[in-house]
Design a protein around this ligand. Structure first.
Ligand code: NAD
Ligand code: TYD
Length: 339
């Protein structure tokens, strides 16, 4: 099996590559990544010399480069992780989100049509369903929940999902889509909640909690997401959407307090800042379909996973310290300076 993984130098894509090379040593994995601010080649250093792995630096929007790679490699499966992924950046500048997340996905699918494919898998997000109210804990997102987006990020992901479904219906492209809740774990870029709070805690910097910190996310350890995608590409039904989430809802402030506690830092570092525009209140996945059809269940409990994640950031300081010492400082100043 020859698998193209796009966006594999990012957080979830790199974890997926490690998982797949380990789980299926007879597979060949090609990673195509533009190496944007969020892509980090050093992350892939452990597999660079693996003969079953190849890295290609390219933009999924670059039709010529994508077609040339497909011509050369003849992939059996494409798993599309490549995306602009941070909501706050999408609020600041939506256009690159439309370009990469929608146009890029269409270029990849055009290549699949032209050269043939066994499966095109789109890695989507629970954010396409919009949000749920805090006072209705009985409500969850199912695969039938209407698309109802809030941010330019989630709208661009929803646009891509609709296009993927259109290519299935119109061109019979063999697709699947997975919509996962918030991931955490090794190699997550420090702009996202959990690594940002860990990095700031370790530097004794203020911990910027948006609004009142009551927003709820359904957290899943990244390896559980990788396992779910592995199942969907092998056993998932063509044309179907699978929700992925572990019934692990936590409000932001509880997570930040937990990180303070684990790192032995005072909660007085917590600073409430101006809320995110259009901030989604609660995400909560109903994973019944993937459980019943494919037998998937999350394996890592949050209380263990968060400790493992914190341990990883403590043990791998050079990885994230290099990031936060560079261009990230300008981003941080823009995003948090006058907040
Ligand atoms: P990330 O931002 O860490 O990584 C994105 C990767 O894509 C980077 O390596 C970047 O260089 C690459 N990339 C960006 N634009 C590209 C382009 N035009 N061409 C080629 N490569 C490009 O993102 P992530 O958190 O790993 O998310 C991966 C996917 O999973 C995304 O599609 C995201 O929407 C989805 N997702 C993420 C989460 C989460 O909690 N992080 C949850 C559900 C779904
Ligand atoms: P984030 O990690 O950006 O993921 P998403 O917005 O895609 O769910 O944010 C998770 C939650 O944490 C979200 O409710 C926004 C909040 N948040 C903060 O309170 N402070 C921060 O500095 C960041 C980055 C996020």
């Amino acid at each position: 099996m020859n698998i193209l993984v796009t966006g594999g130098a990012g957080f979830i894509g790199s974890n997926f590559i490690f998982y797949m090379l380990d789980r299926h040593p007879d597979y060949r994995i090609v990673c195509l990544d533009k190496l944007t601010y969020a892509g980090n080649l050093s992350t892939l250093a452990p597999v660079m010399q693996n003969p079953s792995f190849r890295f290609v630096k390219a933009d999924i929007c670059d039709r010529e480069a994508v077609y040339a790679l497909f011509e050369e490699e003849r992939f059996d499966v494409v798993v599309n992780f490549a995306a602009e992924s941070h909501v706050d950046r999408s609020i600041e500048n939506p256009s690159i989100f439309l370009q990469t997340n929608i146009i890029g996905t269409s270029v990849l699918m055009d290549a699949c049509r032209k050269y043939g494919i066994g499966r095109f898998h789109q890695v989507s997000t629970d954010e396409v369903y919009g949000d749920l109210p805090l006072d209705r804990p009985d409500l969850f997102f199912t695969e039938e929940t209407p698309i109802h987006t809030s941010s330019p990020y989630s709208s661009s992901k929803a646009g891509a999902d609709l296009l993927v479904q259109a290519y299935h219906r119109t061109y019979k492209l063999p697709i699947t889509i997975s919509r996962c809740s918030n991931n955490y774990g090794p190699y997550q870029f420090p702009e996202k909640l959990i690594p940002l709070m860990i990095a700031n805690c370790l530097a004794d910097k203020p911990l910027p909690v948006y609004g009142q910190g009551l927003n709820v996310r359904d957290w899943l350890y990244v390896e559980d997401h990788c396992k779910a995608i592995d199942l969907v590409i092998h056993k998932g039904r063509e044309g179907e959407v699978y929700n992925i989430g572990g019934h692990n809802e936590m409000c932001n402030i509880d997570i930040v307090k937990l990180i303070c506690h684990e790192l032995g830092k005072p909660e007085s570092l917590i600073t409430y800042v101006t809320d995110r525009k259009g901030h989604d209140m609660r995400y909560a996945i109903d994973p019944t379909k993937i459980h019943n059809e494919l037998g998937w269940l999350p394996e890592t409990k949050f209380e263990n996973g968060i400790k493992e994640a914190i341990r990883w950031y403590l043990d791998n300081r050079p990885w994230w310290e290099e990031i936060v010492s560079g261009e990230y400082q300008n981003y941080y100043e823009r995003m948090y300076g006058k907040r």
